[in-house]
Write a protein of this length. Structure first.
Length: 265
């Protein structure tokens, strides 16, 4: 007989969202006593509408709520599950990135200006908020994927100049990110975006590293990350400075080594 994990999963998900029994019961239209009985496993046969309400609220399929012990999954697996990548879901993901399209039904490239950064944290998945952002059509972008433009601040990613506009592609599957991939990272509770080299750690944390060695790398919990956008290109109004003499010498040495290697072959 297959074990049922529904009761423990509901408590686990409630704790994950940092909700009290009273708060979750109010959101679902239940009494606290009924929710307490469900979490304790004292209600052997919840009503069908209860299953549906829990599934819709937590964005996880009923099958998964019943058959999978969610407390045994790692943070990245939980993030993937909550993003709609549920093996029991058919017909598409539950979480869809909000986008806007032009008259030809092609995706726009939205620009998130500095003054809209705080609003983006709250409205990143709100179609009305996204529709209100400035929109551009950029040449030579890949036909697949969703792109946005984020203004950079600070000097942590020099030699990419401060104030550059970073064109980045949405990353739905974080596990596919290669070590030290430059990305825009949207963190919970932050009023700014983070432009860093991203590495996924085995312990479900994410290491964020700057190109500028003056800034030390630091890890963040995967649960604190809202979105990751992979660097594609950047534009800047600053003219690049001339290379330092030592850099020029090293470049010449590398070019000479390549030519010698070609000749020896």
């Amino acid at each position: 007989m297959q074990r049922i994990f529904f009761a423990g999963n509901i408590k686990f998900l409630r704790d994950r969202k940092k909700l009290s029994q009273e708060a979750l019961a109010a959101k679902l239209g239940l009494t606290r006593a009924k929710l307490a009985a469900i979490e304790a496993g004292n209600t052997k046969s919840p009503q069908p509408e209860d299953y549906l309400n829990f599934s819709e609220f937590f964005k996880i399929s009923i099958d998964t709520l019943l058959k999978i012990d969610l407390s045994k999954l790692g943070e990245l697996k939980m993030r993937e599950l909550e993003s709609g990548n549920d093996v029991y879901i058919r017909g598409g993901n539950l979480r869809v990135l909000a986008i806007s399209v032009d008259r030809s039904n092609n995706e726009n490239v939205e620009y998130v200006p500095v003054k809209a950064k705080a609003g983006y944290m709250a409205g990143y998945n709100d179609p009305e908020f996204i529709a209100g952002l400035p929109k551009y059509s950029l040449p030579n972008l890949p036909s697949q994927g969703t792109f946005r433009i984020f203004p950079s601040t600070g000097d942590s990613m020099l030699p990419v100049p401060e104030g550059s506009d970073i064109i980045a592609q949405y990353v739905p599957d974080w596990t596919a990110i290669k070590p030290d991939t430059p990305c825009i990272v949207i963190l919970k509770g932050q009023q700014d975006f983070v432009f860093k080299l991203v590495t996924m750690n085995p312990d479900d944390t994410i290491l964020l590293k700057s190109l500028n060695p003056a800034y030390k790398p630091f890890p963040v919990e995967a649960s604190d990350v809202m979105e990751i956008w992979r660097f594609y290109a950047y534009t800047s109004r600053e003219f690049p400075e001339a290379q330092p003499e030592m850099t020029t010498i090293l470049t010449a040495i590398r070019n000479l080594e390549e030519k010698i290697g070609q000749i020896s072959k």
